[in-house]
Design a protein around this ligand. Structure first.
Ligand SMILES: NC(=O)c1ccc[n+]([C@@H]2O[C@H](COP(=O)([O-])OP(=O)(O)OC[C@H]3O[C@@H](n4cnc5c(N)ncnc54)[C@H](O)[C@@H]3O)[C@@H](O)[C@H]2O)c1
Length: 334
Protein backbone atom coordinates (compact mmCIF):
# COMPACT_ATOMS: atom_id res chain seq x y z
CA UNK A 1 0.00 0.00 0.00
CA UNK A 2 1.32 3.43 -0.88
CA UNK A 3 1.62 5.81 2.05
CA UNK A 4 2.38 8.91 0.00
CA UNK A 5 0.01 11.60 1.21
CA UNK A 6 -1.54 13.54 -1.70
CA UNK A 7 -2.13 17.28 -1.30
CA UNK A 8 -5.49 17.88 0.36
CA UNK A 9 -8.18 18.87 -2.12
CA UNK A 10 -9.63 22.32 -1.40
CA UNK A 11 -13.37 22.84 -1.76
CA UNK A 12 -14.53 24.43 -5.03
CA UNK A 13 -16.54 27.71 -4.64
CA UNK A 14 -19.80 25.89 -5.46
CA UNK A 15 -19.21 23.44 -2.62
CA UNK A 16 -18.53 26.31 -0.22
CA UNK A 17 -21.80 27.96 -1.26
CA UNK A 18 -23.67 24.67 -0.77
CA UNK A 19 -22.05 24.38 2.65
CA UNK A 20 -23.19 27.89 3.59
CA UNK A 21 -26.71 27.10 2.38
CA UNK A 22 -26.78 23.93 4.46
CA UNK A 23 -25.58 25.89 7.49
CA UNK A 24 -28.39 28.40 7.00
CA UNK A 25 -30.79 25.45 6.89
CA UNK A 26 -29.28 24.27 10.16
CA UNK A 27 -28.19 20.88 8.84
CA UNK A 28 -24.42 21.29 9.09
CA UNK A 29 -23.13 22.98 12.24
CA UNK A 30 -21.05 26.13 11.68
CA UNK A 31 -18.27 24.62 13.76
CA UNK A 32 -18.28 20.87 14.12
CA UNK A 33 -16.13 18.74 16.41
CA UNK A 34 -14.72 17.04 13.30
CA UNK A 35 -14.47 19.84 10.76
CA UNK A 36 -12.31 18.74 7.82
CA UNK A 37 -11.63 15.28 9.28
CA UNK A 38 -11.69 12.21 7.06
CA UNK A 39 -13.34 9.18 8.64
CA UNK A 40 -14.08 5.61 7.51
CA UNK A 41 -17.09 3.76 8.94
CA UNK A 42 -17.48 0.05 8.15
CA UNK A 43 -20.96 -1.44 7.89
CA UNK A 44 -22.39 2.08 7.63
CA UNK A 45 -25.43 1.22 5.52
CA UNK A 46 -27.84 0.64 8.37
CA UNK A 47 -28.27 0.44 12.12
CA UNK A 48 -25.61 1.87 14.40
CA UNK A 49 -23.08 2.42 11.58
CA UNK A 50 -25.56 4.49 9.59
CA UNK A 51 -26.18 6.71 12.62
CA UNK A 52 -22.43 7.05 13.13
CA UNK A 53 -21.78 8.05 9.51
CA UNK A 54 -24.54 10.68 9.63
CA UNK A 55 -23.41 12.09 12.99
CA UNK A 56 -19.75 12.22 11.95
CA UNK A 57 -20.78 14.15 8.81
CA UNK A 58 -22.99 16.43 10.93
CA UNK A 59 -19.90 17.23 13.00
CA UNK A 60 -18.03 18.23 9.84
CA UNK A 61 -16.25 15.00 8.82
CA UNK A 62 -16.04 13.66 5.28
CA UNK A 63 -17.03 10.04 5.41
CA UNK A 64 -15.97 6.91 3.55
CA UNK A 65 -19.09 4.75 3.85
CA UNK A 66 -18.21 1.07 3.71
CA UNK A 67 -21.08 -1.36 3.32
CA UNK A 68 -21.67 -4.85 1.89
CA UNK A 69 -25.10 -3.85 0.64
CA UNK A 70 -24.49 -1.21 -2.05
CA UNK A 71 -28.08 0.11 -1.99
CA UNK A 72 -28.05 0.68 1.75
CA UNK A 73 -24.63 2.35 1.54
CA UNK A 74 -25.71 4.57 -1.34
CA UNK A 75 -28.70 5.78 0.66
CA UNK A 76 -26.46 6.90 3.51
CA UNK A 77 -24.13 8.72 1.10
CA UNK A 78 -27.17 10.44 -0.43
CA UNK A 79 -28.47 11.46 3.02
CA UNK A 80 -25.13 12.97 3.97
CA UNK A 81 -24.82 14.80 0.66
CA UNK A 82 -28.39 16.08 0.83
CA UNK A 83 -27.64 17.55 4.27
CA UNK A 84 -24.67 19.45 2.86
CA UNK A 85 -21.96 16.98 3.87
CA UNK A 86 -19.48 14.92 1.86
CA UNK A 87 -19.33 11.13 1.64
CA UNK A 88 -18.16 8.43 -0.72
CA UNK A 89 -19.31 4.82 -0.93
CA UNK A 90 -16.82 1.96 -0.88
CA UNK A 91 -18.76 -1.29 -1.09
CA UNK A 92 -17.33 -4.64 -0.12
CA UNK A 93 -16.60 -6.99 2.74
CA UNK A 94 -14.34 -5.16 5.19
CA UNK A 95 -12.94 -8.49 6.40
CA UNK A 96 -11.39 -9.02 2.94
CA UNK A 97 -7.91 -7.68 2.27
CA UNK A 98 -8.82 -5.95 -0.98
CA UNK A 99 -11.72 -3.99 0.57
CA UNK A 100 -9.72 -3.02 3.65
CA UNK A 101 -6.90 -1.61 1.49
CA UNK A 102 -9.39 0.09 -0.76
CA UNK A 103 -11.00 1.93 2.18
CA UNK A 104 -7.77 3.65 3.12
CA UNK A 105 -6.90 4.29 -0.56
CA UNK A 106 -10.35 5.83 -1.15
CA UNK A 107 -9.86 8.27 1.74
CA UNK A 108 -6.40 9.24 0.50
CA UNK A 109 -7.34 9.48 -3.18
CA UNK A 110 -10.47 11.51 -2.53
CA UNK A 111 -9.43 13.77 0.34
CA UNK A 112 -5.69 13.33 0.80
CA UNK A 113 -5.66 12.01 4.36
CA UNK A 114 -7.28 9.75 6.91
CA UNK A 115 -8.06 10.87 10.45
CA UNK A 116 -10.27 8.19 11.97
CA UNK A 117 -11.53 4.65 11.46
CA UNK A 118 -14.76 3.36 12.98
CA UNK A 119 -14.85 -0.45 12.90
CA UNK A 120 -18.55 -1.21 13.13
CA UNK A 121 -19.56 -3.95 10.63
CA UNK A 122 -20.92 -7.09 12.25
CA UNK A 123 -23.22 -10.09 11.91
CA UNK A 124 -24.87 -12.67 14.17
CA UNK A 125 -25.21 -16.44 13.77
CA UNK A 126 -26.70 -17.33 17.18
CA UNK A 127 -26.78 -20.98 18.25
CA UNK A 128 -26.02 -22.82 21.47
CA UNK A 129 -22.62 -24.46 21.49
CA UNK A 130 -23.71 -28.09 20.97
CA UNK A 131 -25.69 -27.07 17.87
CA UNK A 132 -23.38 -24.45 16.39
CA UNK A 133 -21.79 -25.37 13.06
CA UNK A 134 -18.19 -24.57 12.16
CA UNK A 135 -19.53 -22.29 9.40
CA UNK A 136 -21.56 -20.32 11.93
CA UNK A 137 -18.46 -20.00 14.09
CA UNK A 138 -16.16 -19.02 11.22
CA UNK A 139 -18.51 -16.45 9.65
CA UNK A 140 -18.88 -14.48 12.88
CA UNK A 141 -15.23 -14.66 13.85
CA UNK A 142 -14.19 -13.54 10.35
CA UNK A 143 -16.48 -10.52 9.98
CA UNK A 144 -15.80 -9.20 13.47
CA UNK A 145 -12.16 -10.05 14.14
CA UNK A 146 -10.70 -9.98 10.62
CA UNK A 147 -13.11 -7.14 9.82
CA UNK A 148 -11.53 -5.15 12.66
CA UNK A 149 -7.97 -6.31 12.07
CA UNK A 150 -7.55 -5.56 8.35
CA UNK A 151 -8.85 -1.95 8.18
CA UNK A 152 -7.01 -1.18 11.45
CA UNK A 153 -3.81 -2.74 10.09
CA UNK A 154 -3.82 -0.62 6.93
CA UNK A 155 -4.91 2.54 8.74
CA UNK A 156 -2.15 2.14 11.35
CA UNK A 157 0.47 1.47 8.66
CA UNK A 158 -0.62 4.74 7.02
CA UNK A 159 -0.57 6.70 10.29
CA UNK A 160 2.80 5.27 11.28
CA UNK A 161 4.42 6.27 7.99
CA UNK A 162 2.64 9.57 7.39
CA UNK A 163 3.10 10.88 10.93
CA UNK A 164 -0.57 11.92 10.97
CA UNK A 165 -2.41 11.24 14.21
CA UNK A 166 -5.35 8.86 14.03
CA UNK A 167 -8.39 7.75 15.99
CA UNK A 168 -9.90 4.27 16.00
CA UNK A 169 -13.23 3.26 17.48
CA UNK A 170 -13.84 -0.50 17.67
CA UNK A 171 -17.21 -2.11 18.31
CA UNK A 172 -17.28 -4.66 21.12
CA UNK A 173 -20.42 -5.84 22.92
CA UNK A 174 -21.67 -6.72 26.37
CA UNK A 175 -22.05 -10.24 24.89
CA UNK A 176 -18.26 -10.42 24.89
CA UNK A 177 -17.54 -8.41 28.03
CA UNK A 178 -20.10 -10.28 30.14
CA UNK A 179 -21.06 -13.37 28.12
CA UNK A 180 -24.43 -14.08 26.54
CA UNK A 181 -26.47 -17.23 26.06
CA UNK A 182 -26.32 -18.63 22.49
CA UNK A 183 -23.48 -16.38 21.41
CA UNK A 184 -20.24 -18.34 21.90
CA UNK A 185 -19.07 -17.22 18.43
CA UNK A 186 -20.19 -13.60 18.70
CA UNK A 187 -19.17 -13.13 22.35
CA UNK A 188 -15.74 -14.61 21.65
CA UNK A 189 -15.27 -12.18 18.76
CA UNK A 190 -16.49 -9.22 20.83
CA UNK A 191 -14.27 -10.02 23.83
CA UNK A 192 -11.43 -10.34 21.32
CA UNK A 193 -12.26 -6.91 19.93
CA UNK A 194 -12.01 -5.36 23.43
CA UNK A 195 -8.56 -6.96 23.83
CA UNK A 196 -7.59 -5.98 20.27
CA UNK A 197 -8.54 -2.37 20.93
CA UNK A 198 -6.46 -2.21 24.12
CA UNK A 199 -3.40 -3.70 22.43
CA UNK A 200 -3.67 -1.44 19.36
CA UNK A 201 -3.93 1.51 21.76
CA UNK A 202 -0.70 0.42 23.48
CA UNK A 203 1.21 -0.19 20.26
CA UNK A 204 0.09 2.98 18.48
CA UNK A 205 0.38 5.42 21.42
CA UNK A 206 3.86 6.49 20.33
CA UNK A 207 2.45 7.53 16.94
CA UNK A 208 -0.32 9.64 18.44
CA UNK A 209 -3.03 7.14 17.49
CA UNK A 210 -5.85 6.63 20.00
CA UNK A 211 -7.93 3.47 19.99
CA UNK A 212 -11.04 2.82 22.08
CA UNK A 213 -13.95 0.39 21.97
CA UNK A 214 -17.67 0.80 22.52
CA UNK A 215 -20.18 -1.76 23.69
CA UNK A 216 -23.44 -0.37 22.28
CA UNK A 217 -27.03 -1.48 22.68
CA UNK A 218 -29.75 -0.42 20.26
CA UNK A 219 -32.76 -1.60 18.31
CA UNK A 220 -31.46 -2.57 14.84
CA UNK A 221 -31.99 -5.30 12.26
CA UNK A 222 -29.34 -7.28 14.16
CA UNK A 223 -31.02 -7.15 17.55
CA UNK A 224 -34.53 -7.65 16.18
CA UNK A 225 -33.49 -11.06 14.86
CA UNK A 226 -31.74 -11.92 18.11
CA UNK A 227 -34.15 -10.55 20.68
CA UNK A 228 -37.51 -10.51 18.92
CA UNK A 229 -39.60 -7.46 18.08
CA UNK A 230 -39.25 -4.28 20.07
CA UNK A 231 -41.82 -1.73 20.94
CA UNK A 232 -41.72 1.02 18.32
CA UNK A 233 -41.79 4.33 20.16
CA UNK A 234 -41.80 6.43 17.01
CA UNK A 235 -45.59 6.96 17.27
CA UNK A 236 -45.35 8.42 20.74
CA UNK A 237 -44.60 11.92 19.52
CA UNK A 238 -41.44 13.82 18.80
CA UNK A 239 -40.98 14.72 22.43
CA UNK A 240 -40.59 11.13 23.66
CA UNK A 241 -37.02 9.92 23.85
CA UNK A 242 -36.53 6.59 22.09
CA UNK A 243 -34.01 4.95 24.44
CA UNK A 244 -33.10 2.10 22.06
CA UNK A 245 -32.77 4.24 18.91
CA UNK A 246 -29.51 3.28 17.11
CA UNK A 247 -28.60 6.95 16.54
CA UNK A 248 -28.14 7.36 20.31
CA UNK A 249 -24.77 5.60 19.97
CA UNK A 250 -23.20 7.99 17.45
CA UNK A 251 -22.40 11.11 19.54
CA UNK A 252 -19.96 9.11 21.72
CA UNK A 253 -18.25 7.81 18.57
CA UNK A 254 -17.97 11.34 17.13
CA UNK A 255 -16.47 12.51 20.42
CA UNK A 256 -13.94 9.65 20.48
CA UNK A 257 -12.90 10.51 16.90
CA UNK A 258 -12.24 14.14 17.84
CA UNK A 259 -9.31 16.02 19.36
CA UNK A 260 -11.36 16.66 22.48
CA UNK A 261 -10.89 12.97 23.37
CA UNK A 262 -7.17 13.08 22.58
CA UNK A 263 -6.18 11.94 26.09
CA UNK A 264 -8.40 8.82 26.07
CA UNK A 265 -7.12 5.50 24.72
CA UNK A 266 -7.40 1.77 25.39
CA UNK A 267 -10.80 2.15 27.07
CA UNK A 268 -14.14 0.38 26.66
CA UNK A 269 -17.34 2.43 26.89
CA UNK A 270 -20.88 1.18 27.24
CA UNK A 271 -23.38 3.30 25.30
CA UNK A 272 -27.15 3.11 24.96
CA UNK A 273 -30.05 5.54 25.19
CA UNK A 274 -28.97 8.55 27.21
CA UNK A 275 -26.25 6.58 29.07
CA UNK A 276 -22.49 6.45 28.52
CA UNK A 277 -20.63 4.04 30.80
CA UNK A 278 -16.94 3.31 31.40
CA UNK A 279 -16.04 -0.36 31.77
CA UNK A 280 -13.37 -1.54 34.14
CA UNK A 281 -10.94 -4.00 32.53
CA UNK A 282 -10.67 -7.57 33.81
CA UNK A 283 -8.78 -7.43 37.06
CA UNK A 284 -7.76 -9.90 39.77
CA UNK A 285 -10.27 -9.78 42.63
CA UNK A 286 -8.68 -12.17 45.19
CA UNK A 287 -5.57 -14.31 45.63
CA UNK A 288 -4.43 -17.39 47.56
CA UNK A 289 -0.72 -18.28 47.71
CA UNK A 290 1.12 -21.42 48.77
CA UNK A 291 4.19 -20.08 50.62
CA UNK A 292 6.69 -20.23 47.70
CA UNK A 293 5.79 -23.80 46.75
CA UNK A 294 3.80 -25.34 43.86
CA UNK A 295 0.20 -26.02 44.75
CA UNK A 296 -1.23 -29.56 44.78
CA UNK A 297 -4.74 -30.03 43.40
CA UNK A 298 -5.83 -31.16 46.86
CA UNK A 299 -4.28 -28.05 48.42
CA UNK A 300 -6.25 -25.81 46.05
CA UNK A 301 -9.40 -27.84 46.71
CA UNK A 302 -9.01 -27.13 50.43
CA UNK A 303 -8.63 -23.37 50.00
CA UNK A 304 -10.37 -22.37 46.75
CA UNK A 305 -13.40 -21.13 48.72
CA UNK A 306 -11.19 -18.32 50.09
CA UNK A 307 -11.12 -16.77 46.60
CA UNK A 308 -14.90 -16.58 46.53
CA UNK A 309 -15.23 -15.54 50.18
CA UNK A 310 -12.72 -12.72 49.75
CA UNK A 311 -14.12 -11.41 46.48
CA UNK A 312 -17.82 -12.03 47.02
CA UNK A 313 -17.95 -13.68 43.57
CA UNK A 314 -20.32 -16.65 43.20
CA UNK A 315 -18.59 -19.95 42.26
CA UNK A 316 -21.55 -20.97 40.02
CA UNK A 317 -21.96 -19.62 36.49
CA UNK A 318 -23.62 -16.21 36.63
CA UNK A 319 -25.88 -14.44 34.19
CA UNK A 320 -23.99 -11.17 34.03
CA UNK A 321 -26.26 -9.88 31.25
CA UNK A 322 -29.20 -10.09 33.64
CA UNK A 323 -27.31 -7.75 35.97
CA UNK A 324 -26.79 -5.07 33.33
CA UNK A 325 -27.95 -1.58 34.21
CA UNK A 326 -29.50 -1.28 30.75
CA UNK A 327 -30.73 -4.42 29.05
CA UNK A 328 -33.28 -4.96 26.31
CA UNK A 329 -34.62 -8.32 27.26
CA UNK A 330 -33.72 -11.64 28.82
CA UNK A 331 -32.96 -14.65 26.70
CA UNK A 332 -33.15 -18.32 27.71
CA UNK A 333 -33.61 -20.57 24.67
CA UNK A 334 -32.02 -20.95 21.26
N1 LIG B 1 -27.55 -3.45 18.00
C1 LIG B 1 -27.03 -3.75 19.19
O1 LIG B 1 -27.72 -3.73 20.23
C2 LIG B 1 -25.59 -4.10 19.30
C3 LIG B 1 -25.09 -4.50 20.56
C4 LIG B 1 -23.75 -4.77 20.68
C5 LIG B 1 -22.91 -4.64 19.59
N2 LIG B 1 -23.41 -4.26 18.38
C6 LIG B 1 -22.48 -4.17 17.26
O2 LIG B 1 -22.71 -2.95 16.56
C7 LIG B 1 -22.32 -3.13 15.21
C8 LIG B 1 -23.47 -2.68 14.30
O3 LIG B 1 -24.58 -3.54 14.51
P1 LIG B 1 -26.09 -3.14 14.14
O4 LIG B 1 -26.91 -3.52 15.30
O5 LIG B 1 -26.13 -1.76 13.63
O6 LIG B 1 -26.35 -4.21 12.97
P2 LIG B 1 -27.08 -4.05 11.55
O7 LIG B 1 -27.23 -5.42 11.04
O8 LIG B 1 -28.25 -3.17 11.66
O9 LIG B 1 -25.97 -3.27 10.69
C9 LIG B 1 -24.75 -3.86 10.36
C10 LIG B 1 -24.35 -3.41 8.98
O10 LIG B 1 -23.05 -3.96 8.68
C11 LIG B 1 -23.08 -4.46 7.35
N3 LIG B 1 -22.07 -5.52 7.24
C12 LIG B 1 -22.12 -6.77 7.77
N4 LIG B 1 -21.00 -7.45 7.48
C13 LIG B 1 -20.24 -6.61 6.75
C14 LIG B 1 -18.95 -6.74 6.17
N5 LIG B 1 -18.25 -7.88 6.27
N6 LIG B 1 -18.42 -5.68 5.50
C15 LIG B 1 -19.14 -4.53 5.38
N7 LIG B 1 -20.36 -4.36 5.91
C16 LIG B 1 -20.89 -5.38 6.59
C17 LIG B 1 -24.49 -4.98 7.16
O11 LIG B 1 -24.82 -5.09 5.79
C18 LIG B 1 -25.30 -3.91 7.88
O12 LIG B 1 -25.67 -2.85 7.04
C19 LIG B 1 -21.95 -4.60 15.06
O13 LIG B 1 -20.57 -4.76 15.17
C20 LIG B 1 -22.66 -5.25 16.21
O14 LIG B 1 -22.07 -6.46 16.59
C21 LIG B 1 -24.73 -4.00 18.20
Amino acid sequence: MTTTVPTPVSSPPGAVLAECAAEVLGRVPAMGLLDGRIVIVTGAGRGIGRGEALELAREGARVVVNELDADAGEQVVDEITAAGGEAVLDTGDCSEDETAQSLIATALDRWGRLDALVNNAGILRDRTIAKMSADEWDAVIKVHLRGHFLPTHYACAYWKESGNQGRIVCTASTSGLLGNFGQANYGTAKAGIAAFSTIVAMEMARYGVRCNAIAPAARTRMTESAYGAFKDLSDEGEESFDFWHPDNVAPLVAYLCSDTAGDISGKVFGVQGDAVELYQPFTSAAVIQNHDARWTAEGIAARAHELFDESGIEPEVENMMAKLRFSMTERSTL
